[in-house]
Design a binder for this molecule. Structure first.
Ligand code: DUC
Ligand code: ZN
Ligand code: ZN
Length: 494
């Protein structure tokens, strides 16, 4: 049977291999990889000579059309957010369906589906955010949702309106273990941040730069250590998201070296920004306020190392878009104190070009590692692999064709989000995704979009291998002590 489209003469890279091959596409999937593939039915070909043919990116941590705890709506909806993602070489996103306290999770998921189905131009799955783990949520809604393809959820140790205490965290972890879901944790010590924040404000230290002081490095490493301990107690895998410090990365590495299934994630803001960016004139520093905050050059270096040595498996944008005006960053006036600045930075469109240019281009990671961080690892961790996240016969033809030599100066005016600024303004990168195919259809080429609103499709996630407990000697909780079997009886307080 003839192909619908052939990508010819490119260099294909996956997380494991790099090879010269044509890619034959039929009915939205990769149908063949090989030399000299036959011509497509109507002669449709893309000449990829000199180009890299890579899996479409999967941005697995971003906030789209989400209402913040402060009641602010993200600047990007599922149209602008996915268009921006597509221009950045992505073909799938995994944003959050975020529960606010008191809400039924089912209703939350339905609501996000309605918004995404009408607008998304690339494919999407959802993580859940659990802020209210009631009996109803833990006993009924979550197990049913996990069965329906929502197999990962984020929980917070901080933020007044989101945080869980350790007891609730254990309840969620125990459920994840029972049902085969993966828990993602935002790990910062709430009381440390609150205490420091109150003292700073009382002393008159209000400017955005004090956000980075209040969100102390120790607050992150302490909470990281603690959530790892909770996961160990129950022998359940855990992913620590948006890691920003060397100390937190070391906690994760230590746990991995001890054989625990702990995963890590970092984001562009921790590679390319520092706390000094929060010290821009006037309120401008607010553009860079996110949690955890960017740190310093040595922390950036530690993040690069953790990406290269597989301490971190995920590199996401944590795109959390707010405009620099009264709808977003300045909702509390033109000179807000740091406690009243919406947390988050945009980055969905530049995540991959930044990683490619500074990572592959500068020799910090190789091309296979880039592909793993761009797409494959997220697909594996969250149960989308091998339908998504690779170029293989039978996989969806989600492909980004990169010009590895194209030089681009990043600027807000060239991006497709609805934010109006970029923290990376003026930064020059080498390498850019020029053509993007979603399930075999060219949706970005020659700087133009060709995708209908709502043409992106929901992708239910399987329960991933990553979510499986290690299977320590007795994987079930010991009914006598109620502790995981690997916790020795003498460790038990009873
Ligand atoms: N921190 C978060 O935890 N989520 C969104 C943005 C941010 O800065
Ligand atoms: Zn977070
Ligand atoms: Zn986030």
């Amino acid at each position: 049977m003839a192909f619908d489209l052939v990508i010819r003469n490119g260099t294909v890279a996956t997380a494991a291999d790099i090879f010269a091959a044509d890619v034959g596409i039929r009915e939205g999937r990769v149908a063949a990889l090989g030399e000299g593939l036959e011509t497509a039915a109507d002669g449709r070909e893309i000449d990829a000579t000199g180009k890299l043919v890579l899996p479409g990116g999967i941005d697995s941590h971003l906030h789209i059309e989400q209402l913040s705890g402060m009641g602010l709506m993200n600047a990007d909806d599922f149209y602008s957010g996915t268009v921006s993602a597509a221009f950045g070489g992505n073909t799938t996103i995994i944003p959050f369906a975020a529960q606010h306290r008191g809400q039924s999770l089912r209703d939350v998921v339905k609501d996000y589906h309605e918004r995404a189905a009408a607008k998304a131009v690339i494919d999407y799955a959802f993580h859940l955010i659990i802020s209210d783990p009631t009996e109803q949520v833990l006993g009924q809604e979550l197990p049913a949702l996990i069965q329906d393809g929502y197999t990962s959820f984020k929980v917070y140790t901080t933020y007044d309106m989101l945080r869980l205490d350790d007891y609730q965290m254990l309840e969620v972890l125990a459920l994840a273990r029972r049902e085969g879901a993966l828990v993602m944790v935002h790990a910062e010590n709430h009381e440390v941040i609150r205490w420091l924040g109150e003292r700073l404000l009382a002393g008159g230290y209000r400017a955005p730069k004090y956000h980075a002081v209040a969100h102390a490095r120790l607050a992150e490493s302490e909470a990281t250590h603690r959530v790892i301990a909770l996961a160990e107690l129950l022998d359940v895998p855990l992913l620590v998201v948006h890691v920003s410090t060397a100390e937190a990365a070391a906690e994760i590495r230590r746990a991995q070296d001890r054989g625990l299934k702990i995963y890590g994630e970092t984001c562009p803001q921790y590679l390319f920004l520092t706390a000094a960016d929060l010290d821009r004139p006037g309120a401008e520093g607010a553009m860079f306020c996110c949690s955890p905050p960017p740190r310093d050059a040595s922390a950036q270096e530690a993040m690069w190392q953790a990406l290269a040595n597989d301490t971190f498996q995920v590199f996401s944008s944590d795109h959390a878009p707010y405009r620099f005006d009264e709808s977003g960053k300045l909702a509390h006036g033109p000179e807000p104190d740091f406690k009243h600045v919406a947390n988050g930075v945009p980055g969905v469109e530049v995540r991959l070009p930044l990683l490619f240019s500074e990572g592959v281009g500068k020799g910090r990671i190789d091309l296979n590692r880039f592909v793993a961080l761009a797409a494959t690892n997220a697909a594996r961790l969250y149960g989308l692999y091998p339908r998504k996240g690779t170029i293989a016969v039978g996989s969806d033809a989600d492909i980004a064709i990169w010009d590895p030599l194209r030089e681009v100066e990043i600027g807000a005016a060239m991006l497709h989000d609805n934010v109006g600024y970029t923290p990376y303004e003026g930064r020059r990168v080498t390498g850019w995704p020029e053509i993007v195919l979603r399930r075999g259809k060219v949706i970005v080429a020659d700087g133009a979009l060709d995708a209908e609103r709502g043409s992106g499709a929901f992708q239910p996630c399987a329960s991933a291998e990553a979510a499986k407990p290690l299977g320590r000697p007795a994987p079930e909780l010991d009914p006598e002590t109620n502790f995981a079997a690997h916790i020795q009886p003498e460790d038990s307080p009873t």
